[in-house]
Write a protein that binds this ligand. Structure first.
Ligand SMILES: NC(=O)c1ccc[n+]([C@@H]2O[C@H](COP(=O)([O-])OP(=O)(O)OC[C@H]3O[C@@H](n4cnc5c(N)ncnc54)[C@H](O)[C@@H]3O)[C@@H](O)[C@H]2O)c1
Length: 306
């Protein structure tokens, strides 16, 4: 989605992905370089193909549950992989990076909504791997002058309104595609925990539409092009939605019932995660414009039925 928005804004883009968890058809063939983050020399060669002004770094493993079973692949891929990328950037003299961080850096936060000033105390190796990269970026700025913006996404959701891009994870762990899949297949989806201290007992999360998220990346990139300093920003709407509220929206958009069953709480799932996004709104003049639950569900449903 960010590639599509960058191209629409007039930027030239090269996409690097090892396709371990991505899809070849998601990227125009001429733009894609199939390469692993660990391949420092390969990354340098890509950065030298033509003038490279900045990197937007999305590549990572991002399944919390998997990170609790096999933490080593999270530290290897997300941390060592990012170090390889930063090394390549240094050698190719690329001094600006926007990094995909996550709300998981906050662990089990006590104050809601969560501001960037809250401590980073992750409760799983996935979140820890992102904190480690954020810290590397701080040191690369201090020592080498590399400028970075870390975007701590809350729940990325929805799809391109023109259905050119959308979610396709395997296994899928994200709520909205799981609810939509349940509608399509008739197989019940499990709601984990109905006894949380929230209005309807289900977990509350902050869903941000991928178009709004992509525009946050462009705003971040342009702040660096204008000489901005390194920063960390939450990306969310500031409005939480419970699992049941999202389920109701899915039923309204699809016109069908969502078959579901309830299960116990999942370990490490905080009851509420909602962003304070004031810093991003004020400093980068960003406002979410596509993140109503209706727009999110409607675009995701169109993508699933494309
Ligand atoms: N989706 C969300 O709600 C969410 C929330 C917070 C943060 N994030 C972060 O945003 C980024 C993108 O998330 P996503 O949901 O699109 O995930 P995704 O798995 O769809 O995309 C990640 C891509 O990185 C690639 N990749 C992984 N390791 C690589 C390596 N070593 N070398 C080259 N390519 C590699 C994968 O093949 C995949 O295409 C991730 O860094 C994730 O941690 C996502």
């Amino acid at each position: 989605m960010t590639t599509l928005e960058l191209l629409a804004a007039g930027y030239d883009v090269v996409v690097v992905d090892n396709l371990s968890r991505g899809h070849r058809e998601a990227v125009e063939p001429a733009r894609l370089r199939v390469l692993d983050l660990a391949d420092t020399e390969g990354l340098i060669a890509v950065m030298r193909e033509k003038p490279c002004d900045a990197v937007i770094h999305f590549a990572a493993y991002s399944a919390v549950g998997e990170s609790m079973r096999v933490p080593e692949i999270y530290f290897q891929n997300n941390v060592a992989g990012s170090l390889s990328l930063l090394t390549a950037m240094r050698r190719a003299e690329v001094g600006k990076i926007v990094f995909s961080s996550t709300a998981a850096v906050y662990g089990m936060p006590v104050r809601m909504p969560i501001a960037e000033s809250e401590p980073s105390v992750p409760v799983n190796p996935y979140g820890e791997s992102k904190v480690m990269v954020e810290k590397m970026l701080d040191w690369f700025d201090q020592i080498h002058g590399m400028k970075s913006v870390c975007l701590r996404y809350f729940n990325a959701a929805g799809a391109d309104p023109k259905a050119r891009a959308g979610e396709d994870h395997n296994p899928e762990t994200h709520l909205i595609p799981l609810l939509l899949r349940a509608v399509k297949t008739g197989q019940p989806v499990t709601i984990f925990g109905t006894d949380y201290p929230t209005a309807d007992g289900t977990c509350v999360r902050d869903y941000i539409h991928v178009t709004d998220l992509a525009r946050a990346h462009i705003a971040a990139l342009e702040s660096l092009f204008e000489g901005g300093t390194s920063k960390k920003y939450n990306v969310g709407t500031g409005a939480g939605l419970s699992v049941k509220q999202v389920l109701t929206a899915v039923e309204a958009v699809t016109g069908r019932n969502v078959p579901f069953e309830t299960g116990p709480r999942r370990e490490g799932d905080p009851p509420v995660l909602v962003a304070d996004s004031a810093r991003l709104r004020h400093e980068l003049n960003w406002t979410p414009q596509h993140s109503s639950v209706e727009q999110i569900v409607e675009t995701a449903w169109r993508w699933m039925n494309r």
